[in-house]
Write a protein that binds this ligand. Structure first.
Ligand SMILES: Nc1ncnc2c1ncn2[C@@H]1O[C@H](COP(=O)(O)OP(=O)(O)OP(=O)(O)O)[C@@H](O)[C@H]1O
Ligand SMILES: [Mg+2]
Length: 402
């Protein structure tokens, strides 16, 4: 009988204490080396605690990839809620990622959902949702601190409805009470050129620019994760320095976390107990670009399913490439399993092309004649099992929120 691989996995000795600490979405209790930025945010928002409902703030946070923009906003959110709760001030902190909720409608719908305000799915315009939001905040005496993260991903900047403008005008003129402050996060201000001039100037009132971390700061941050996520002594301090140097140009902490995670995975797969220089170099060389940049989140659900199917086939067969027709078959099986209607062939093909354009897969077509044409898909980056796990998690998250 085939080995029960599930049992084998269950009893495997992992070098991780908890792999979750290497997830990009994990927010550490201690955000270090960003104290000045957190102090600045506290100065900007202190009036929300001193004189609640009397003021509205707009702040823009900007800086390069993976240097803690999202992390400091969330950390500040925690601080704000603690201070508000202590004084019985009803403040809600809602963090929306515009890469995921791409349209004005989706963003506002998600804000209302997070506030537990139920809205019928259809028949409402974004302007209606703004009115619903305003009424809800007013009647429940709630002050909302809204974060629009990765703002440049909003798709319909050019439509007649300006979400930023509308949100920043959520107040009650009669009683001069305010109900909303806004924090927007962007990597690059120039990406906002689609926005209305006046909106840009509104947003540029308070700008918080995050500088890159120094090498020693990167080492401290990575060590914080290693302490929590790995068994003791798995990775030498000098390797952490090496990784920090490697990523210091971009300052992208996410890259560093992925290198460590991959190096440990490779070490485990080789049955070794300590990470050596070889595994570090291997992990640096084969860093999956998609995971570095969190690019998987721009995939549609069916593109995610397709990529997942390719990883399954490659892992199952231990082969370097898989045939289009096999992908198609397996994709249909997986769709059936998740009670999803599979896309038609042309759409599957288009989705594969998108995956190729995102540099996630390679497609090679070998054709003697049109009839005998065969297309193979492969994934360059390894380890594929990490990619497979990541996709599995994304699909599960999707199923939970469906
Ligand atoms: N000062 C810090 N202390 C501890 N962890 C940090 C710190 N800065 C960043 N991190 C961690 O690094 C990772 C990347 O940070 P984050 O997601 O906040 O970057 P970002 O600037 O929002 O990137 P992007 O532009 O891609 O959205 C996260 O896992 C975060 O927890
Ligand atoms: Mg971010």
């Amino acid at each position: 009988m085939t080995l029960n691989f599930l049992e084998e996995q269950y009893y495997r000795k992992s070098l991780f204490l908890n792999e979750e600490f290497f997830e990009v979405s994990y927010l550490p209790e201690n955000i270090i080396h960003r104290e000045q930025e957190l102090i600045m945010l506290s100065k900007i928002f202190i009036k929300l605690i001193e004189t609640p409902f009397r003021i509205s703030r707009k702040v823009m946070i900007y800086g390069d990839v993976g240097i803690g923009k999202t992390a400091i906003a969330r950390t500040f959110g925690r601080m704000l809620l603690l201070s508000a709760n202590k004084r019985d001030i009803k403040i809600e902190y809602v963090h929306i990622n515009c890469r995921i909720e791409k349209s004005n409608f989706k963003i506002l719908n998600q804000v209302l959902r997070k506030l537990n305000c139920t809205v019928p799915i259809r028949g409402y315009s974004p302007q209606d949702l703004i009115t619903i939001l305003q009424d809800y905040l007013k009647s429940n005496d709630i002050y909302l601190v809204l974060v629009l993260d990765e703002l440049n991903h909003i798709q319909n900047f050019n439509s007649n409805f300006d979400i930023i403008y509308s949100l920043t005008r959520l107040n009650d003129i009669d009683t001069s009470r305010y109900f909303l402050s806004l924090i927007v996060i962007v990597r690059d201000i120039t990406l906002l050129r689609n926005l209305d001039e006046s909106t840009i100037s509104t947003l540029q009132g308070s700008i918080l620019t995050l500088k890159k971390y120094t090498i020693s700061q990167i080492v401290d941050i990575l060590n914080g994760r290693i302490e929590k996520g790995l068994k003791k002594g798995i990775i030498k301090e000098s390797f952490v320095h090496l990784i920090a140097e490697k990523i210091s140009d971009s300052g992208d902490i996410r890259k560093g976390l992925n290198i460590i995670r991959n190096a440990v995975k490779i070490t485990e797969a080789r049955g070794k107990s300590h990470v050596s220089c070889n595994e570090i170099h291997h992990a640096i060389k084969n860093l999956i670009p998609s995971l570095q940049d969190d690019a998987l989140s721009i995939l549609t659900y069916h593109q995610t399913l397709l990529l997942y199917v390719i990883t399954i086939l490659l892992l199952e067969r231990k082969e370097k490439r898989v045939l289009f027709s096999d992908i198609q078959k397996k994709y249909e099986e997986i769709c059936f399993q998740y009670e999803e209607i599979p896309k038609k062939n042309t759409q599957i093909w288009n989705n594969l092309q998108s995956l190729k354009n995102y540099t996630l897969i390679n497609i090679k077509t070998i054709s003697k004649n049109v009839k005998g044409r065969k297309s193979y898909c492969s994934i360059n980056s390894i380890p594929i099992d990490i990619l497979n796990e990541e996709l599995n998690q994304k699909i599960n998250n999707f199923l939970l929120t469906r």
